[in-house]
Write a protein that binds this ligand. Structure first.
Ligand code: NAP
Ligand code: ZN
Ligand code: ZN
Length: 347
């Protein structure tokens, strides 16, 4: 066993505080990772605050993990000591069900093993990446290509793949008009990725505060959703809308912006139920869908795509003692655009 330094939530309301966690011995198919950076995803906040249902405490969040392999098990073939690697939202799955076999481990019918807050195969609760080390089965560890810094790579493991996957599935590319709702961690990656895929990209943000950034990140257009005119002038303008918002929205208003036969895909995961009038869908043949992260092979594909296009996340690296402050800033839609913890400061 290895004792790792970490930060954990001990209740739904209190601050995260320093703890230690035990990592299992490196098994034949495991790799030991010295974590260098871990991103702060809004899902961490939903989870630790019990917004998605009660959590088991102490809970070490973090599923945007980048680091270096420091030990490998006897049977490991995919990774070697010294490799730059990443771990996202999953650390295992059944590997035999239909979704697992087609590379959609996130939809494992047995329930994928999440990086934190899931019961692991040995019966212990998984603990995430706000931590100095972790042990992960090699198949759920991906390679971070040279050319992407580990700090800017970390958020790609969740925010990157969660936006890459629906953009690919719904055909973002030259000639398609893509809108992104919310310029936060996921939203800023959606803008970069959709732009790199060749789509015409529009940001729909609450205000124009982040407009210069949005245009610099690759958006062609930027509109404030607080301005009612936005909804009048953009009716039927988009082939695909990716909704990254962490709070409840008036979906009918946004669906009116989808072109005939187009789609809106929800990746944002607010705790409150959302409602839709079926007329928003049937009158223009629109679709509304959800999407959960992406599979392991797709995560590797996304990292390789980012390396090829010179993309990484726009990050603000923080020491551990700033985690609680960063949570408040994320809650206020004020992350620019992903806080990433320097794990050398964890203790
Ligand atoms: P984030 O950095 O906080 O970004 C969310 C953005 O949504 C904010 O920056 C803000 O953008 C906008 N927003 C926030 N509150 C709003 C409100 N009341 N009305 C309108 N817009 C609002 O969060 P994130 O880390 O990108 O995560 C976003 C959501 O995706 C979370 O719910 C998270 O749990 C979920 N998520 C889902 C998956 C998945 O697999 N489906 C994976 C990761 C995360 P503006 O300031 O530009 O308006
Ligand atoms: Zn996440
Ligand atoms: Zn499965």
């Amino acid at each position: 066993m290895l004792t790792a330094h970490a930060y954990a939530a001990t209740s739904a309301t209190g601050p995260l505080t320093p703890v230690t966690v035990e990592r299992r011995d490196v098994g034949p198919h495991d790799v030991l990772i010295e974590i260098k950076y871990c991103g702060i995803c809004h899902s961490d906040i939903h989870n630790v605050r019990g917004e998605w249902g009660s959590a088991a405490y102490p809970l070490v969040p973090g599923h945007e993990i980048a680091g270096i392999v420091t030990e490998v098990g006897s049977e490991v073939t995919r990774h070697a000591v010294g490799d730059r690697v990443g771990v996202g939202c999953m650390v295992d799955s059944c590997r035999t069900c239909a979704p697992c076999r087609r590379g959609e481990e996130q939809y494992c019918l047995e329930g994928t093993t999440l990086t934190y807050g899931s019961v692991d195969r040995d019966g212990t609760l998984t603990q995430g990446g706000y931590s100095t080390h972790m042990v992960v089965t090699e198949d759920f560890v991906v390679a971070v290509p040279e050319g992407i810094g580990l700090d800017e790579a970390a958020p790609l493991l969740c925010a990157g793949v969660t936006t890459y996957s629906p953009l690919r599935r719904w055909g973002a590319g030259p000639g398609s008009r893509v809108a992104v709702i919310g310029l936060g961690g996921l939203g800023h990656m959606a803008v970069k990725l959709a732009h790199a895929m060749g789509a015409e990209v529009t940001v729909l943000s609450q205000s124009l505060k982040k407009m210069d950034d949005g245009l610099r990140l690759g958006a062609d257009h930027y509109h404030a959703t607080s301005d009612p005119e936005t909804f009048e002038k953009l009716v039927g303008s988009f082939d695909l809308i990716v909704n990254t918002v962490s709070a409840k929205l008036d979906l009918d208003a946004y669906l009116s912006l989808v072109a005939v036969g187009g789609a809106m895909v929800n990746v944002g995961a607010p705790a409150e139920p959302l409602s839709i009038s079926v007329f928003s869908l049937i009158m223009q043949g629109r679709s509304y869908a959800g999407s959960l992260i992406g599979g392991i092979a797709e995560t590797q594909e996304m990292l390789d795509f980012c390396a090829e296009h010179g993309l990484g996340a726009e990050v603000e690296v923080i020491p551990a003692e700033k985690i609680n402050e960063a949570y408040e800033q994320v809650m206020a839609s004020d992350a620019r655009y992903r806080f990433v913890i320097d794990t050398s400061t964890l203790g």
